[in-house]
Design a protein around this ligand. Structure first.
Ligand SMILES: Nc1ncnc2c1ncn2[C@@H]1O[C@H](COP(=O)(O)OP(=O)(O)OP(=O)(O)O)[C@@H](O)[C@H]1O
Length: 349
């Protein structure tokens, strides 16, 4: 009988039908792993899943591996989709990808890896890890570590991210050289939120009335204009509402869902120096520490001091001001290229 060391390690690859997970599966197979693919059906979009799964089966046939479709649409609806709609209803700006990563991609998919006896779970995310911490991707323009702040640290040793060392253009060039995968190299990039086809407003419109004119207030509470409905706005937005006689640009500072009002100010009044977060998830046991924080995906890091409180809350003091911090978004901590964790923003001042 073979010993464990001699046995091939089995890896489950999350295959979306896109170029990244396709190349991921190929690289792992070439590296000597036993590879099996899974396509997760996450939501209802007519024709979408059939097309994606057809692509996954094409890749699987080329690689000579098995690939299954896993219907997780009910789980996705409860864990990601409904909270997304509910957040906007409450005047928050949600981050569905981070929720999906915790509960679905690195939650349900790892459960499925257990079911099929896979040692590892791999995806085409642009991140790396060192066994304890998730690390930023070498291709900084593609780095997705921000969206992984909430995953369970216990599973990190079981994850494989072969593209963490790659640049996206090299991934495409690699696929272009293989006849069976050539069409994947020129495929158009998928949208940032997989279930949003056009805009988030179109998603919300299926569930709640979003076009309902309301008042624009200044920070003293005076009515200074009008807007299209509070769900059209996120903190920091400067367009799409009317302010009487304004000579300088105004930005959304606060959203008041109960009264369908938005509060706007000139830019300087949007400065935030302190943030409170909840649902804190950290990759190590620190309670009080200095690090960098990102308050949005596409934004620069700012040095900060974090103090973890009871009930998974924390206070984040920023060493320089940031603008346009939205409740519901994630504050994500870094130390060099190491992702330390993060939490969900509740208040910013
Ligand atoms: N529906 C799905 N089923 C299985 N795995 C998925 C699915 N969607 C995404 N993944 C996995 O998560 C990774 C990152 O997802 P993301 O949506 O960021 O994809 P992407 O960068 O467009 O990658 P790809 O080119 O593989 O579609 C994918 O590379 C894939 O491994």
């Amino acid at each position: 009988m073979k010993t464990v060391n001699e046995m091939k390690k089995k890896v489950l690859v999350g295959m979306s039908g896109g170029v990244d997970s396709t190349v991921t599966a190929k690289l792992l197979l070439d590296a000597g792993y036993e590879v099996e693919g899974v396509y997760m059906k996450l939501h209802e979009k007519p024709g979408y899943h059939e097309e994606n799964f057809r692509r996954v089966l094409h890749v699987a046939a080329y690689l000579g591996i098995e690939a299954k479709m896993l219907d997780l649409s009910k789980d996705f609806e409860e864990a990601v989709y409904k909270p997304f709609v509910e957040s906007y209803r409450q005047g928050l700006t949600p981050n569905p990808c981070a929720k999906c990563n915790r509960q679905i991609k690195f939650g349900k998919m790892i459960e499925y890896a257990d079911e099929i006896g896979a040692d590892y779970l791999a995806t085409g995310h642009y991140v790396r890890h060192d066994g304890t911490y998730i690390l930023e991707a070498l291709d900084e323009t593609k780095d997705q570590s921000y969206f992984l702040f909430d995953i369970d640290k216990k599973i990190i040793p079981r994850l494989l991210f072969p593209l963490g060392e790659w640049r996206k253009e090299d991934v495409k060039a690699y696929a272009a050289k293989i006849e069976a995968l050539e069409s994947f190299a020129t495929q158009k990039e998928s949208s940032e939120i997989c279930f949003v086809e056009t805009t988030y407003i179109d998603v919300l419109k299926k569930h709640i009335p979003v076009d309902m004119p309301g008042e624009v207030l200044d920070t003293e509470g005076n009515v200074i204009g009008h807007h299209k409905g509070f769900m059209h706005y996120t903190i920091g937005k400067r367009r799409g509402f009317f302010v009487k006689g304004a000579h300088e640009p105004h930005y959304v500072k606060e959203i008041l869902p109960e009264t369908n009002q938005i509060v706007v100010t000139p830019h300087s009044a949007l400065e935030v120096r302190q943030i409170e977060i909840e649902g804190v998830n950290l990759m190590d046991g620190r309670r009080e520490f200095a690090c960098d924080v990102k308050v949005r995906y596409r934004t620069k890091r700012v040095p900060c001091h974090v103090e973890v409180k009871e009930d998974g809350k924390a206070l984040v003091k920023l060493s320089e001001p940031v603008f346009g911090v939205a409740s519901g978004q994630a504050a994500v901590f870094y130390e060099d290229d190491r992702l330390l964790g993060g939490g969900w923003i509740t208040t910013a001042e």
